[in-house]
Design a protein around this ligand. Structure first.
Ligand SMILES: *[C@@H]1O[C@H](CO)[C@@H](O)[C@H](O)[C@H]1NC(C)=O
Ligand SMILES: *[C@@H]1O[C@H](CO)[C@@H](O)[C@H](O)[C@H]1NC(C)=O
Ligand SMILES: *[C@@H]1O[C@H](CO)[C@@H](O)[C@H](O)[C@H]1NC(C)=O
Length: 463
């Protein structure tokens, strides 16, 4: 209980004594005898009977009796205090008040208290420190705007409980808000509302691309005319889109032309060095034609140059033979010039131009032959026949001429032109050297006779 929580708790105890004189036993006939006596309320219950003398009734100390119907109930026991009653409610609901309790002395026989007397106790109590103080209303606010923007609605005004503000849980009496009808003197706008959808229009394409996420679409539209929004006052347009689309279904696939894939080699390069050719093939699979699309056009096989970055081997080849070396014997001091004695002469050559492990030249690097050394030797000579006519010279200069000649040729001596070689083979012998030929003079000449003839009808040189 709140009382127990109060700080300023003052316990006031006032004991009052009430003296209730017991009636003298007059008519035992009217006495009512009860089996139970409630000592808190001082009431009797469980009537045993009437017209029982109180002496008889009170042979049992638990019993109670009433001297007459409706009279006070008395206990048959020795006089003693009852239990305290519970505390009464606080005398006021705010600020400090009091509460009381009491006990009574019941008992027919003399005891510790005077039967019929009553004892009181009283204590202070505070249910609430302060008492509620009513507040006062402020002025009404202005009327708020009408609840609607067209036709009639209501409008509101308010006031607050602040003049003064209530105290200690007090309030203001009356309503804090007040409504009244209001008229905007405006007609309401008509908001747009969609008419029904038109039918689906044709598809954007006549065929669908296989595997493509974007499908041909078809549209349908609707009009904001059911009703159209009013213009004055302006109504709201229809919410949402005036058209919608969907993917067309059941279209055939579009023809898809084939496209070449990349060239891929069919073989390795035709060479192992330098530039060769490589056979390449491509397939019409990027993508392959589908749905009656066109095949790829062009060649599916081609030859492409390919380069192996390795230099190719270059085979060696023989140089020109060197000129024959002078014909002689192994022992150089042994002169065989102009003699019918065979010598040996050499020539050599080299294998040139071989690179990058190319083939070596086949055949001998040097060569020898048997020879007679006739260099500078005097020999009888004989005139040759006329040679055939030579070229017109100079080819472009003035007075071109052609010529033919007879020359003095040496008559080689009748030496054996075959010699027995070391390995048993027979080798041919060659004359080597330029002999001096002696002929009978011809036209005053000893070596050659030249005949010259002017060339005829020579056109000028061009350029
Ligand atoms: C032949 O041999 C000589 C000496 O060995 C050399 O100098 C010359 O270059 C060679 N000639 C050729 C054509 O190889
Ligand atoms: C060359 O000499 C041989 C003998 O040495 C001889 O038989 C031959 O007839 C001669 N030939 C000529 C053309 O003189
Ligand atoms: C010698 O010369 C003859 C005729 O010119 C020829 O047929 C023969 O093969 C030659 N012999 C040799 C070993 O060169």
């Amino acid at each position: 209980m709140e009382i127990l929580g109060l700080k300023r708790f003052q316990f006031l105890l006032v004991v009052c004594w009430f003296f209730v004189s017991l009636e003298a036993p007059a008519e035992a006939e009217n006495t009512l005898c009860y089996k139970d006596f409630n000592e808190v309320s001082g009431t009797c219950s469980n009537l045993l009977g009437a017209e029982i003398s109180k002496e008889d009734c009170c042979l049992n100390h638990q019993y109670g009796f009433q001297l007459k119907q409706g009279g006070p109930c008395q206990s048959c026991r020795e006089a003693k205090w009852s239990e305290w009653t519970s505390w009464s409610a606080c005398s006021v609901s705010c600020t400090e008040g009091v509460q009381r309790r009491s006990r009574s002395c019941y008992g027919y026989r003399p005891g510790t208290c005077l039967s019929g007397s009553r004892e009181w106790e009283m204590k202070a109590c505070v249910l609430k420190d302060c008492c509620p103080v009513m507040g006062g209303w402020s002025e009404w606010s202005n009327w708020k705007p009408c609840s609607v923007t067209c036709l009639t609605g209501t409008q509101l005004r308010e006031r607050t409980c602040t003049k003064p503000a209530p105290n200690c849980g007090g309030t203001c009496q009356g309503d804090s808000r007040e409504n009244r009808p209001c008229d905007t003197k405006q007609i309401c706008p008509t908001h747009g509302n969609w008419g029904s959808w038109g039918s689906w229009q044709g598809c954007s394409k006549t065929c669908a691309i296989e595997g493509s996420a974007t499908k041909p679409q078809q549209l349908r539209t609707r009009l904001c005319n059911n009703p159209s929004p009013s213009s004055n006052p302006p109504g709201m347009p229809c919410p949402g889109a005036s058209q919608e689309s969907r993917s067309c279904v059941g279209l055939p696939y579009c023809p898809q032309d084939g496209n070449w894939g990349i060239w891929k080699p069919l073989q390795s390069c035709s060479v192992t060095c330098g530039v060769g050719q490589i056979l390449q093939r491509r397939l019409c699979d990027n993508p392959a034609p589908k749905h009656r699309g066109k095949d790829c056009s062009g060649e599916s096989i081609r030859n492409q140059p390919c380069t192996i970055k390795v230099p190719c081997p270059v085979d060696g080849h023989w140089s020109e033979w060197s000129p024959w070396k002078p014909c002689g014997r192994m022992v150089l001091s042994y002169n065989i010039k102009c003699d019918d004695i065979t010598g040996i002469q050499l020539r050599n050559r080299s294998c040139i131009g071989r690179h990058h492990a190319g083939k070596r030249c086949a055949g001998p690097l040097r060569e020898s032959r048997a020879c007679y050394n006739i260099e500078g030797c005097f020999m009888p000579g004989t005139w040759t026949d006329w040679s055939s006519w030579g070229l017109c010279e100079p080819a472009c200069g003035p007075e071109p001429k052609r010529s033919r000649k007879r020359v003095c040729e040496p008559i080689y001596p009748n030496y054996s032109m075959v010699v027995e070689a070391e390995n048993g083979r027979r080798d041919n012998v060659t004359f080597w050297g330029k002999p001096k030929a002696g002929c009978k003079p011809l036209d005053g000449q000893s070596k050659e006779v030249v005949e010259k003839l002017a060339c005829q009808n020579v056109p000028p040189c061009e350029g």
